[in-house]
Ligand binder design. Structure first.
Ligand code: HEM
Length: 351
């Protein structure tokens, strides 16, 4: 028997007959093949394949986070971290892929551009699913109604279904809220407050508020009010993307990230910022590409083109409340010393 007839065959396994025959050039159908349309299709298809992988990874992360508890001794949190790191690496590649698309010049694009109307990357359902799974809700989208009008009803419904599931942002909020260290009063019994404890505040946060105030320059005093609104003043401030408790716990992780237990937690929070950074870097590069390829003309999807994309770039940050936490850090050497019991919980167990 010929080798190619035994067991699995490369091309069959990868279904290359489907993938490699899925490039139908509109310009060819119209009778005059535009050379760069092949690049245009292949680039978009490569993006969509990677979006598929990104969604696959994020879905598995959401499933892990949906458990009522994630034990520190289980592999789950590391798995979440590892898979989200993979998503970051894929997004880095997706930013780089714009270099290839930019080898197409405006004149080359004009050879087939009008044949594509009204199709547009704007209709990429998978791109919107990624945004929704990370935590972008429809009311927070720029041009939310325009976006629905551009999609087939079943595609709009698919995105809405993802929006109804708890997103990575919401599940991270819940995970942060579950952090046990401020719930266990016993861990703080031997905490010695450096300042008189403000009513209604945990002694640690009461001290931290004072220390933060002392760390500010005169022209930064306004940040003290911001601190109150962001972490303390439950009644007057509307709930943001993260609850007060989740914000305080995230700040605590950032402040004490040198303790072993927090190493991975801190890196996870940094990864969330990487998500926003990669998505916005992609948006920025896409805008510049659009600018050099179609200038100020409207998109094939009928939007204002560059202006629409710029507004989406500004509005679609998802983890900006985590990024904002750095406003409230103080120098390491001024940090309150944690009680021995808590230090032990956050460290490696040494016999
Ligand atoms: C010649 C290259 C490209 C041009 C001129 C271009 C142009 C545009 C324009 C003008 C829009 C706004 C909607 C519209 O009116 O059509 C848009 C949206 C979009 N494009 Fe592209 N695009 C290009 C390549 C790509 C590639 C390679 C991808 C990869 C998937 C992509 C994905 C998207 C996505 C996801 C949106 C929606 C963005 C958002 O809602 O924030 N585009 N594009």
């Amino acid at each position: 028997m010929h080798l190619s007839e035994q067991g699995i065959y490369y091309g069959d396994y990868l279904q290359l007959d489907k993938i490699l025959n899925a490039q139908d050039l509109e310009s060819e159908k119209a009778g005059k093949t535009a050379h760069d349309e092949m690049l245009f299709i292949v680039t978009h298809q490569a993006y969509e394949l990677w979006f598929k992988q990104v969604i696959y990874e994020i879905d598995s992360i959401l499933c892990l986070f949906e458990q009522p508890v994630i034990h520190d001794n289980s592999p789950d949190f590391y798995t979440i971290f590892h898979r989200l790191s993979r998503v970051k690496t894929i997004l880095q590649l997706l930013v780089k892929q714009i270099d290839i698309m930019e080898t197409m010049t405006p004149l080359d694009f004009l050879d087939f551009r009008n044949l594509l109307r009204p199709a547009s990357g704007f209709q990429s359902v998978q791109f919107k699913v990624v945004e929704a799974a990370l935590g972008l809700k429809q009311p927070d989208r720029h041009g939310e109604l325009y976006y629905i009008s551009q999609l087939r009803p079943e595609h709009a419904a698919a995105i809405q279904k993802i929006e109804e599931r708890r997103s990575l942002l919401e599940l991270t909020n819940e995970w942060l809220e579950r952090m046990p260290f401020f719930k266990d009063a016993g861990l703080w019994e031997r905490y010695a407050p450096a300042f008189p404890v403000q009513e209604g505040l945990h002694p640690f946060w009461s001290d931290y508020f004072q220390l933060y105030g002392l760390s500010l320059l005169d022209n930064e005093r306004g940040n003290l009010t911001r601190f109150e609104r962001f972490f303390i003043n439950d009644e007057e401030t509307p709930f943001g993307k993260l609850s007060f408790e989740a914000r305080r716990n995230a700040l605590f992780i950032m402040l004490y990230r040198d303790f072993p237990l927090f190493h991975l937690h801190y890196q996870y929070l940094s990864l969330l910022l990487d998500m926003d950074e990669m998505m916005s870097t992609w948006r920025f590069r896409h805008i510049n590409m659009v600018n050099r390829i179609i200038g100020l003309r409207t998109g094939t999807g009928g939007s204002t083109g560059k202006d629409y994309l710029k507004a989406a770039l500004d509005r679609h940050y998802i983890f900006n409340e985590i990024a904002a936490l750095t406003t409230f850090l103080i120098e390491r050497r001024s940090l309150p010393v944690l009680p021995a019991e808590l230090q032990q919980r956050l460290g490696f167990v040494v016999k």
